[in-house]
Design a protein around this ligand. Structure first.
Ligand SMILES: [Zn+2]
Length: 399
């Protein structure tokens, strides 16, 4: 086979060395490090650690103010309140730079750190209609070739609480959204059955996957998770549904967790956690050990919900490990798996990983191995998409 390009001297986690031969944007062969590589364009990776591109599993491209003016965080009047935060967000967004500018800022940030695959939620509800989605769809088109993006039609103002939203969610799928979302069926819309009827109804009718925001805590959250798992099985949608946050899983007894985790595993419902702040969050190891796919994302980056976030999935792995008390190498590799391979599974990505036949999407790191990369999140990365350099040292190539 004639290759398009050969990346020389790639060091994989575990210490094996290869030349990565690329053809048509895919890994065509992993050649032994002593194999001759003449007659074709070569790029010397100089024994850098090479890992698959990161999977950003949950972000909001429409609501970040990264690269825009700093907007001081406004606390809720009485504890965390989703309704109040949504109202603050509407005020902030009205004064912000245009959405396409802010979305590009955020994409450049994420790609610069090594993200090659992304799932973004975009507001689709009675308050903004399809306007935000139309903007983000245009930006997604501009970034084709740099990053693959799945978009979730996200009812940020509720489905039942926001008139017209069920129809808008359907129209969003017609426009190009890939998944249908949901938001706290109990605490926000106050009707779990009717909320899930709409979400699963749209998914079933249009053959799309589901990713539901669920902030509800304790047994209420666990109850909703069980309802989602039961509907997933009833519709034969195993592997096609995710729950984002699922804070309730970190806020119940171990016995309760075991029971819910078994249902999640049987229904193939994945759990997204970004291990945020002081909140309880889904315990990664017990869930994985029960067979649940756990993935991650930055979620909010400098938006109306909090001032944090840097778009770096490797730094997110640091946070996941730190908050989980991961110290041994095996655990640090789990944190890494959550932002790479497990993310690819949750997003049902085809051709992911450092293997023959996969897309040539990879990142070089200045680290001895994955455990060190997770704790250090080192700078000085090169990011390759389909075998082409797209970012170097945090900057998009050509800009
Ligand atoms: Zn979110």
């Amino acid at each position: 086979m004639v290759f398009d390009r050969i990346f020389l001297n790639a060091r994989f986690d575990g210490g094996t060395r290869h030349h990565i031969a690329v053809k048509d944007g895919h890994i065509a062969a992993l050649l032994p490090a002593d194999a001759p590589a003449g007659g074709v364009e070569t790029v010397d990776l100089a024994n850098a650690l090479v890992v698959p591109g990161f999977v950003e599993g949950h972000i909001h491209l429409d609501t970040s103010f990264y690269g825009d003016a700093w907007r001081p965080h406004k606390p809720c009047t009485n504890g965390f309140n989703v309704h109040e935060r949504v109202a603050f967000q509407a005020q902030n967004m009205a004064e912000a730079a245009p959405m396409d500018v802010r979305a590009r800022n955020q994409l450049d940030l994420c790609i610069g750190h090594g993200t090659t695959q992304m799932r973004s939620h975009v507001m689709v509800d009675g308050s903004v209609g399809l306007k935000s989605l139309e903007t983000i769809l245009r930006v997604r088109e501009e970034y084709r070739g740099l990053i693959d993006i799945q978009l979730v039609a996200f009812p940020q103002s509720g489905i039942l609480a926001s008139p017209g939203t069920p129809k808008l969610l359907e129209e969003a799928i017609g426009l190009g959204a890939n998944l249908v979302g949901g938001l706290d069926p109990a605490s926000f819309d106050r009707d779990v059955e009717k909320h899930l009827d709409v979400v699963f109804g749209v998914a079933n009718k249009h053959g799309v996957d589901i990713d539901i925001h669920l902030h509800d805590m304790g047994t209420l959250g666990a109850f909703e998770i069980e309802q989602i798992a039961a509907r997933t099985r009833a519709l034969g949608m195993e592997g096609h549904v995710a729950i984002s946050h699922a804070y309730g899983l970190g806020d119940i007894t171990m016995d309760q967790l075991k029971s819910v985790a078994d249902k999640l595993a049987r229904s193939g419902v994945a759990i997204m956690t970004n291990a945020p702040g002081v909140r309880p969050f889904p315990p990664i190891l017990p869930l994985r050990n029960a067979g649940v796919t756990v993935f991650s994302g930055n979620d909010n980056i400098r938006d109306s919900w909090w001032p944090y976030g840097d778009g770096d999935m490797l730094r997110r792995a640091t946070t996941l490990g730190y908050r989980s008390g991961f110290n041994i190498d095996e655990e640090l590799r789990v944190a890494f798996d959550v932002v790479t391979t497990a993310g690819a599974k949750a997003l049902r990505l085809e051709g992911y990983g450092l293997r023959v036949g996969a897309k040539a999407d990879f990142v070089t790191l200045n680290a001895e191995h994955v455990p060190e990369a997770v704790v250090a999140a080192p700078p000085g990365r090169a990011v390759y998409k389909a075998g082409m350099l797209v970012a170097s040292n945090g900057k998009i190539v050509g800009r």
